[in-house]
Design a protein around this ligand. Structure first.
Ligand SMILES: C[S@@+](CC[C@H](N)C(=O)[O-])C[C@H]1O[C@@H](n2cnc3c(N)ncnc32)[C@H](O)[C@@H]1O
Length: 264
């Protein structure tokens, strides 16, 4: 992901590059933190556990887990800019001894078997080309009894019409995703990887507000005009915010959280 795209994300969303999870009228930053905390709670993350954060972005989740639970977190991102940012943010907060950020492709990186207590990935698996293969490999990195916690943009349950399919394609094109899976695809991939799915949450209605906030911030900050000077990918990404909101509202898309355990 180019530095400018990451910069736009940071301007719009802050250090956590993911949806917020609203329960009432909390701020976007609080809603994002709520999503992170809720995933940690559902995954039952305990003090000092070894966590792999796949697609760690600027380190939002990794730093949260390191700070609040003293987890030992390895974060991987395909973006060198994000890796540098995350390492710098960890250093600035005195969390370097808990974190290790690497620039690597989740589809090819290798870890030794049983290395992690938790594999955590918020909104990265959408970007992977071979999702079933990723889950198969990632399950091997978990120790028996370890958990995999995933949040993902999904194909919704009303994605059958031509218009809905086109919306999903437009979202994928604008967001650098080769494809989106449905909730049942994700459950199937996790099960095929030998994991037991314990949590399947549909958070669509609680996250959709993210996009009206993003649309308003793009208008207010003029980031879209600025992006026009820099690169086409960023402009396309920013222009797709309304499509994403509509896709969620019409259930062409959904948002899911999954936690699955590797049998002990
Ligand atoms: C929407 S951001 C989410 C970032 C972070 N999980 C968070 O919640 O703040 C998607 C992340 O996935 C990463 N990513 C995309 N494809 C990847 C790949 N093949 N290998 C590793 N990271 C990848 C991007 O660099 C980015 O960090």
């Amino acid at each position: 992901m180019a530095g400018f795209v990451t910069g736009s994300y940071k301007l719009l969303w802050g250090e956590h590059i993911h949806h917020g999870l609203w329960s009432a009228d909390e701020s976007a930053a609080d809603a994002q933190l709520r999503l992170t905390r809720e995933v940690a709670r559902l995954a039952g993350i305990r003090t000092g556990e070894r966590v792999l954060d796949v697609g760690c972005g600027m380190g939002g989740s990794s730093l949260h887990l390191a700070r609040t639970l003293q987890c030992q977190v390895t974060g991987i991102t395909i973006s060198p800019f994000q890796r540098r940012w995350a390492s710098w943010a960890a250093w600035r907060r005195g969390l370097s001894r808990f974190t290790d950020f690497c620039c690597a492709d989740a589809e090819t990186i290798e870890f030794e078997p049983n290395r992690f207590d938790v594999v955590w990935s918020i909104e990265c698996t959408e970007h992977l080309f071979d999702k079933p293969e990723f889950f198969r490999r990632a399950a091997g990195w978990l120790r028996p009894g370890g958990r995999m916690a995933i949040c993902a943009w999904l194909v919704g349950d009303r994605a059958d019409s031509q218009q809905a399919k086109q919306m999903v394609l437009d979202v994928c094109e604008g967001s650098f995703c080769p494809s989106l899976g449905s909730a049942s695809d994700y459950r199937g991939w996790l099960e095929q990887a030998g994991l037991r799915v314990g949590v399947t949450e549909d958070w669509t209605d609680s996250v959709v507000k993210t996009w009206s906030i993003c649309e308003a911030r793009v208008k207010r900050t003029g980031v879209s005009r600025l992006a026009g000077w820099v690169d086409r990918d960023t402009v396309r990404f920013l222009q797709r915010f309304r499509t994403i909101r509509q896709a969620y509202e019409q259930r062409a898309m959904a948002y899911g959280c999954f936690v699955a355990e590797k049998p002990a």
